[in-house]
Design a binder for this molecule. Sequence first.
Ligand SMILES: *Cc1c(COP(=O)(O)O)cnc(C)c1O
Length: 364
Amino acid sequence: MKIENNQLLPQYLKFKNEYLKKVEEVLDSGWYVLGNEVKCFEEEFAEYNQSKYCVGVASGLDALILAFEALHLNPGDEVIAPANTYIASIMGFTRNGLVPKFVEPDQYYNLDPLKIEAAIGPKTKAICVVHLYGQIANMPEIMKIARKYNLKVVEDCAQSHGASINGKKCGTWGDVGCFSFYPTKNLGGFGDGGAIITDNKDIAEEVRMMRNYGSKKTYYFEKVGYNSRLDELQAGLLRVKLKHLDELTAERRKDALRYLTEIKNPKIKLPEMQFGELGHVFHLFVVYIEDRDNFMKYCNQKGIELKIHYPQPPHLSTAYEYLGYHVNDFPITEKMADHIVSLPLYNGMETEKLEYVINVFNQY
Ligand SMILES: *Cc1c(COP(=O)(O)O)cnc(C)c1O
């Protein structure tokens, strides 16, 4: 059997008629950038997250760049950030001249709150939290620290649409939440897209202005801005998907729970849920395994495609060579990068495939 790590086609086909209807509606409208679909999507996504404002932008990275810019920190200021993350989380603030202070992850692969205080210095002004793999980070503890040291908090929710603790969604704990709608994300569009959510009117207005050349009033420019707009087609298609998001998340969770309860192999360390099922939307199902090379070879022979998210932590990337970090500076993160693999998991994954993966894993 051939088991793909991820497939996007099944979830398109599931709601194909609704998507095609929306495409026709948008094309027939004669208006294609920053119009009614974007406005409605912003209202609906704000409502979904129970936040006051939402501003659509062109990508998740742009959401992070614009969110950090709207905090008006000074170049050289430091930002606490997880060492274990996708590199875009870091690029969002280093693009603003800010400097990462990396902190090692806890057993849930997220920023370890117990290690944050030691990394805070006089130049530390913000925390960039990432809800990695779909699991919300320990926001109650992180917010306590942020309040104690008067730090801004930006949440990178690119992998965690809808994850919550006691009903409070990711992206609403800190000052601003940043989302990606890249096709593979839990709320994925059919091209690039992103958004910020916030309760802070100034942040919302600033991002709204900066995404459109720094303009509030047509052809009058207050700042040197960007072109980072969400288009009408994406917004319309995202509105269709947003209506089904909780159903799609429940489906991912159901498959993930089968992995969690049915994979029984002492060699494979399964992920743990810190805040119950609702705290994890299983963007990825990541396991830890000592002899990864061997295991990947074995799975490959059995037709199971595994991926690694991510093989190289940001501090060891060529992009961040200028920060001067070396191997072993963040040993927990580096060990994870060397031993984790992501299992096949996607909306519309066939039950036989899921069960095949479980059997193959149990036989290893
Ligand atoms: C995907 C992703 C981003 C970037 O989103 P894009 O839309 O691809 O720019 C940022 N942070 C994390 C954690 C991501 O997974």
